[in-house]
Structure formats: C-alpha cells, structure tokens
Write a protein that binds this ligand. Structure first.
Ligand SMILES: Nc1ncnc2c1ncn2[C@@H]1O[C@H](COP(=O)(O)OP(=O)(O)O)[C@@H](O)[C@H]1O
Ligand SMILES: CC(=O)N[C@@H](CCC(=O)OP(=O)(O)O)C(=O)O
Length: 292
C-alpha cells in the first residue's frame, strides 16, 4: 500500500517533468519505430507492468510507433517449477531440453504474450500478439553450442508483418520463440530477438528495460551510471570486465543493432515510473544511451 502511494507520487512528478520537456522529442520521433524489450525483473510487479503498458500506449498516442518484444524468464521458471522441472542456466541462457521448450513456448507465446496484449488493449491501445513463427518474422537456427539444447540464434528476420501492423496503427507484441526451416521451435533470448528485430526494421531506437539503472562503471554503485557512450566505449567496457554477467548479452545486442543502423540503443531501469517516457522525451534521460 505504502509502496503504491510512493509510486503514484513519483509518477505525478514525472508526468510534470516529461510534459515540460517532451515536445521537441515528440516531433523528432513521430512516425519512427521504437523497439521496446520488456522482460525479466521489470515484469514481475503488477504496478510496474501497468506503468510500462501505459507508456507504450502513450508513445503510440503521440505518433511514435512502438514495437514490444518480450521475455518472461521469471514466469517460465514459475511454471517449470510447478511442473516439477528444474530451471537451468549457463552463461545467462536457459538450457532448453524438449520438455522445457514446450513450457517456454506455452508460457511466452500463450500466457505472457496474451497478457501484455490484453493490458495494452485495456489501456486504450490496439495490440497484436505474435511470436517469431508468425509470417516467419524470426527464423531461428540452433546456437553453436549444442549443450544448450533448443536455444536458438536469429538466422534471419522478415520485418514485413511487423511494419504492416505499425503502419495500420497496431502495437505488435512479439515473443522470442521462433522456428527453424524444419519447423522445430527454438528458445531465443529476448534481448537478442529485440536487437535483431530493431535492426531489420531500421528502428530509431532499441530500448531494453531491466532492473538496474543502466550500465554502471561500478555495478554496486548506482551513482556511477554511464549516461552516454559509443560502440567503441561499450566494447571496451566488456573487454575490461566492467560490464559483466547478464549485462554482457544486453550490451552486445545493443552494439550489434547499432552496427546495423539502429539510431540509438538504451538500457534503462524498468522499475522507475515512466522510465520509457523519461528516457525518450527528456534531455538527460534516466539510463544509458549507446550511440553508433
Ligand atoms: N557494469 C554493469 N552495469 C550494470 N549491471 C551490470 C554490470 N555488470 C554486470 N551487471 C549485472 O547485469 C544484470 C542485468 O542483467 P540480467 O539480470 O540478465 O537482466 P534482465 O533479467 O532484466 O534481462 C544486473 O542486475 C547486474 O547484476
Ligand atoms: C535462451 C533463453 O535464455 N531464453 C529466455 C527467453 C525469455 C527471456 O529472455 O526472458 P527475460 O527477458 O525475462 O530474461 C528464457 O528462456 O528465459
């Protein structure tokens, strides 16, 4: 209860700040596609989830074209445990045997995807839920390391359906399950899927929502947030070990999408009220922006 009141107070303050600074940015990004990757810890809390959804609908209402790519790792874990299967990870990727693949597909494509679609619809937007299989939007291939089972990499992206949907005023909501040429389903990390989709549709921005303030120079100290960096800085941070753990695939996918023409990639804290609006529509933003 207390948390909700504090959230609402911060939300009000944010709204005032965004409204006072937003206009030039709204003009700059009107008609442009922004790919938002939503998942992980930022998805666990209902209040946070509603806030992110409202931001997505707001973006659309001011003429920006949002595309949501989602994960749902914690929800997959919940259902695996319920079914007596043990979640296993190696280097941040879920080891995915055939039973786990079934659960991943049911949870992401069925439950999480349709929940997000319904929330966007309730908030006044028009969403269409897809996974990589629909219209071959994402074609998968097995990851190089066979030890991960049915973990896939993106072999190609066909952006035609996604582009058609945004042009017609829908918000595509895409889960990161895709098939190979034989129809075998693969589990693709949602950050990776979002980066490749952003690149294939030539998005103005790729925004990864997570549960840290962004890229930190010292990741136990939030005051060391790196607000703006370029591709070379990002590569150096990985090489020097400043960026580690689950942040490595995020930064790598930002770098890959920028190298393929995405305008800017952002890693921001999905726990902050209106994180998306603050990052896109204010001068300072709230997280880390990587530019080409
Ligand atoms: N330099 C860094 N800055 C921020 N986070 C970092 C850094 N290096 C490693 N990390 C770790 O990366 C984590 C984010 O990755 P992850 O937990 O996989 O996110 P998500 O579940 O949102 O996909 C952070 O919680 C943090 O522990
Ligand atoms: C291969 C791999 O690890 N796939 C992820 C896909 C979902 C995901 O990425 O979800 P988050 O964004 O919530 O972490 C998984 O099975 O958890």
């Amino acid at each position: 209860m207390t948390l909700d009141r504090e959230y609402i107070r911060r939300e009000e303050a944010t709204r005032v700040r965004v409204l006072s600074e937003a206009l030039p940015y709204i003009q700059e990004f009107a008609g442009r596609i922004v790919v938002v990757k939503y998942g992980g810890a930022a998805m666990k809390d209902k209040v946070l989830k509603d806030g992110v959804i409202r931001d997505v609908v707001f973006l659309q209402s001011v003429g920006v074209r949002p595309v949501v790519v989602h994960g749902g790792g914690p929800e997959i874990d919940f259902w695996l445990n319920k079914l007596g299967l043990v979640p296993q990870f190696r280097d941040g990727l879920r080891v995915t045997d055939a039973d786990t693949m079934d659960v991943v597909e049911m949870v992401l494509v069925g439950r999480v995807n349709k929940e997000l679609v319904a929330l966007i619809d309730q908030a006044g937007g028009r969403a269409v839920g897809l996974c990589g299989k629909d219209a071959n939007t994402i074609r998968a291939r097995p990851q190089d390391n066979a030890d991960y089972g049915f973990v896939g990499d993106v072999s190609s992206v066909d952006p035609a359906l996604v582009v058609t949907l945004v042009e017609k005023g829908y918000v595509p909501v895409i889960s990161s399950v895709a098939a190979d040429l034989d129809g075998q389903a693969y589990n693709i990390n949602a950050d990776t899927a979002a980066g490749e989709i952003a690149a294939a549709i030539g998005a103005a921005k790729l925004i990864l929502l997570t549960d840290t303030p962004g890229i930190l120079e010292n990741y136990s100290d939030p005051s060391t947030l790196l607000v703006r960096l370029d591709i070379q800085d990002a590569r150096d941070l990985i090489a020097s070990g400043v960026v580690g753990g689950g942040m490595i695939p995020k930064v790598n996918c930002c770098v890959r999408s920028l190298a393929q023409g995405v305008g800017a990639a952002h890693i921001i804290d999905g726990r902050i009220p209106h994180a998306l609006l603050l990052e896109i529509f204010t001068t300072d933003g709230i997280g880390s922006m990587i530019v080409p």
